[in-house]
Design a protein around this ligand. Structure first.
Ligand code: HEM
Length: 489
């Protein structure tokens, strides 16, 4: 009988590992419990993974502790997975930290019908509140004027661009959410923006990466996970502030005159008040607003700051942008429709995004079913990292992948060309839902600022000395630096 049982178990094992569906993707041999921890530089995980892809190919396996993770590298593979196998690779991995943060609500860290409904609602509302007189373009233009005022106050002296840029970018998403912008001196607003930035900074720390790899650390060493506690506190505080703002809007709601996303959500909530399973409850309202605020602030602000730093580092490129702006727009304010007549500026903005590579490992995905992919078998529920850095710097796709070269997006006549491997917003089912808004913001803020100012290093610092090494965070930020914004008028 024992032999019979062993045989049955063996057959079961063979069946459950799906022979015929393909083999496991290759990868470094993991150690018990630690997995491949010793193979990574945790601080620069994306760089370690890019290095590994050279050895193991474009689909490979690593172990975060005991958890198996499949990494997808290079344009062809990432595109094939996220676009051609969109359903299969399209679920979000809910890491323990994401679960702590979202508590199962909102759009960033959910799956299934909650995510589907909220994503659809968010997309259509970003579109609706992005059009017409009160649309995003007007909001960004108004905000650019405020930002210029702040920059002018420094009178050409060196300053850190982080706070002014973050405040103005946050005000766009705030105005879309609540229907009006905040004064930069508003203390609730300041706290919300500063907390959102703190959350993304802490989320990329080695401590949090270690916690993601070994979630059980929470049970044995919870009180030493200081950064986790800080992230949770910042998130809770922001949710409390959002609750207060949403309540104020509820008290003054006029369904005939919707001011923004929150109003629209509240109306939907009223319409579905008799449906017990409705997704439009308060928790989803507060967490979705929180998600859009966090996802829409640091990302766009960081990209814009990379842009200003790169202009200061490469003055000959800055000169060409300014020459084009003067020739095509002159002294009037830029509009979105100017983009098609500004091929060089457009190419520069794309190249800033490509080189800045601010979300190098995207957000983690998980497989929604067993998949046979490029001859490999990947089990349902496997964590997947689409390595966007390996796409944006793919040596088969880009002529000079590691240097700043706007020519990547220009043909020989100087016309703008789209490049398929330009994928900073990821692709497929979970692609960034703020892409159109972010692109509009980057174009308008950048052209307003470059029309008005020339950016340069502080006195005594040469262009060569401006450091392009990113600082560690969930998004790749420029290292702390100061710039001078010298008025051109
Ligand atoms: C998701 C990049 C701006 C909202 C993402 C993802 C990336 C990304 C790489 C992960 C996609 C995936 O899982 O495959 C960027 C970049 C931005 C930017 C580079 C600016 C330069 C924004 C803005 C908003 C936003 C302005 C808000 C309006 C979101 C949301 C998700 C997301 C809600 C989650 C989508 C989902 O899970 O369905 N973004 N983003 N992002 N982004 Fe953005």
């Amino acid at each position: 009988t024992l032999l019979g049982v062993v045989l049955v178990l063996f057959v079961f094992y063979l069946l459950s590992s799906s022979p015929g569906a393909g083999k496991d993707p290759p990868g470094p041999r993991p150690l018990p419990l630690l997995g491949n921890l010793l193979h990574f530089d945790l601080k620069h995980l994306q760089v370690s993974l890019c290095e590994m892809s050279k050895k193991y190919g474009s689909v490979f396996t690593v172990y975060f502790g005991r958890r198996k993770v499949v990494v997808l590298a290079g344009y062809k593979t990432v595109k094939q997975a996220l676009v051609n196998y969109a359903e299969e690779f399209g679920d979000r991995e809910i890491t323990p930290l994401f679960r702590d943060l979202s508590k199962g609500h909102g759009v960033l860290f959910t799956n299934g019908d909650t995510w589907k409904e909220l994503r659809r609602f968010a997309l259509s509302n970003l579109r609706d509140f992005g059009m017409g007189k009160r649309g995003s373009e007007e909001k960004i233009i108004e905000e650019s004027r405020y930002l210029i005022e702040v920059f002018e106050n420094f009178k050409g002296k060196p300053f850190n661009t982080t706070q002014p840029v973050n405040y103005s970018v946050s005000n766009i998403i705030s105005a879309i959410m609540y229907g009006s912008r905040f004064d930069y001196a508003d203390s609730t607003f300041q706290k919300m923006v500063d907390r959102a930035n703190e959350i993304t900074r802490l989320a990329g720390s080695s401590e949090i990466r270690l916690y993601i790899i070994f979630p059980w650390l929470r049970w044995c060493c919870g009180r030493w996970l200081v950064k986790r506690t800080q992230i949770l506190k910042n998130t809770d505080d922001n949710i409390e502030d959002i609750k207060g703002l949403a309540q104020g809007l509820k008290d003054t709601l006029n369904p005939q005159d919707l001011r923004g996303f929150v109003d629209s959500f509240l109306v939907r909530q009223q319409q579905e008040s008799d449906q017990p399973g409705s997704y439009f409850h308060n928790n989803n309202l507060h967490f979705t607003v929180g998600d859009l605020f966090v996802a829409g602030t640091d990302t766009t602000g960081t990209t814009l700051r990379w842009g200003l730093l790169l202009m200061a580092k490469y003055p000959h490129i800055q000169d060409q942008v300014q020459e084009e702006l003067s020739r095509v727009i002159g002294e009037r304010e830029p509009r979105v429709e100017d983009r098609r007549n500004l091929p060089y500026t457009d190419a520069v903005i794309h190249e800033i995004q490509r080189l800045a590579n601010i979300v190098p490992m995207s957000l983690p995905h998980t497989t929604s079913c067993d998949i046979s992919f490029q001859g490999y078998f990947i089990k349902k529920g496997t964590t997947v990292i689409p390595l966007l850095m390996s796409v944006l710097q793919d040596e088969e796709e880009w002529e000079t992948p590691h240097s700043f070269n706007p020519g990547h997006f220009l043909d020989e006549k100087g016309c703008f060309i789209r490049r398929d491997a330009f994928m900073p917003f990821s692709a497929g089912r979970r692609a960034c839902l703020g892409e159109s808004l972010a692109r509009m913001e980057l174009f308008l803020f950048f052209t307003f600022l470059l029309q008005r100012f020339s950016f340069s290093p502080p006195p005594g610092v040469s262009e060569d000395e401006l450091d392009l090494t990113p600082s560690v965070g969930f998004t790749l930020n420029p290292s702390p630096h100061q710039l001078c914004a010298v008025s051109r008028i």
